[in-house]
Design a binder for this molecule. Structure first.
Ligand SMILES: [Zn+2]
Length: 269
């Protein structure tokens, strides 16, 4: 079997799990390859731990999480909250994408809320065409086959809402995603509750994480079901009345995206 390669280009060490954990799990279970590339080290995501120590903790958390879906992991040393779509980082990203040669890249929309998410989306967008230009970053051979690029779901409406072009039924993967997220202790049990004004007791951790995480895949499933009922969705296979889902928008800057190339994702066991 020719393995299909999925690359998630994330701003922070937990973004791939939150945005596409179900897809990562489905990809891995079907025997294909996953890589998570974090463009920052996430060192600003805490109210107590100092950046240098946090970067170390988060790298370990990300490693444990990636291991669950057999994903390769690369974390850049860029400071959290300071990612910019610079020429230097664009060249570094082009090299990294060419070295892995993914069939599919997933990243954030440039309309997402966090400046690092926007910069990550911008960097992927800026790199896309140049992946096939040999004179750019000549130390890595230009790509012959342009990977498809998908943008992870977000709820932001301006300048326009996310399009649910590809819906992934994540219902069978929820437990795997929760296991991955639970690795990111500094985030899901410390920082996120803190900024939400909550404290999570040791015994409540699993319940809190489940409740916090499931809100989004439940909302996406509802939106996807509605879109299909309205016949405005572009989903070709029948995915109605889902419990939990992830959704992705096709970027016009990537290669052609054909969902039938990735049929294994929504295949029921
Ligand atoms: Zn993030």
């Amino acid at each position: 079997m020719q393995k299909k390669k999925l690359l998630f280009v994330a701003a922070h060490p937990d973004d791939a799990e939150f945005c596409a954990g179900g897809l990562l799990s489905a990809w891995h279970k079907a025997g294909h390859s996953v890589k998570i590339l974090c463009l920052t080290n996430g060192d600003a995501g805490h109210h107590q731990t100092k950046p240098a120590e946090l970067a170390i903790r988060r790298a370990e958390e990300a490693r444990l999480s990636a291991e669950i879906v057999g994903a390769a992991l690369e974390i850049w040393p860029q400071a959290d909250g300071e990612l910019t779509a610079s020429i230097d980082l664009r060249k570094k990203l082009i090299g990294s994408i060419r070295a892995f040669a993914p069939d599919l890249i997933i990243t954030h929309r440039v309309a997402d809320y966090h400046p690092d998410h926007r910069a990550a989306g911008q960097l992927v967008q800026d790199s896309a065409y140049l992946l096939q230009v040999p004179a750019i970053v000549p130390e890595h051979a230009a790509m012959q086959q342009m990977p498809a690029i998908l943008l992870a779901y977000d709820r932001f409406q301006d300048p326009r809402p996310h399009r649910l072009d590809w819906v992934v039924d994540s219902t069978d993967h929820i437990d795997t995603v929760l296991s991955m997220l639970a690795c990111h202790q500094t985030q899901v049990f410390e920082w996120l509750p803190q900024i939400m004004g909550k404290t999570v007791n040791a015994e409540d951790k699993a319940t809190w994480l489940r409740k916090f995480y499931l809100a989004k895949p439940r909302a996406v499933a509802k939106a996807a079901t509605q879109a299909q009922k309205n016949k405005t969705g572009q989903q070709s296979n029948d995915l109605t009345d889902l419990a939990f889902a992830e959704a992705f928008e096709v970027s016009e800057y990537g290669g052609r995206f054909d969902p039938s190339d990735f049929n294994f994702v929504n295949k029921k066991n």
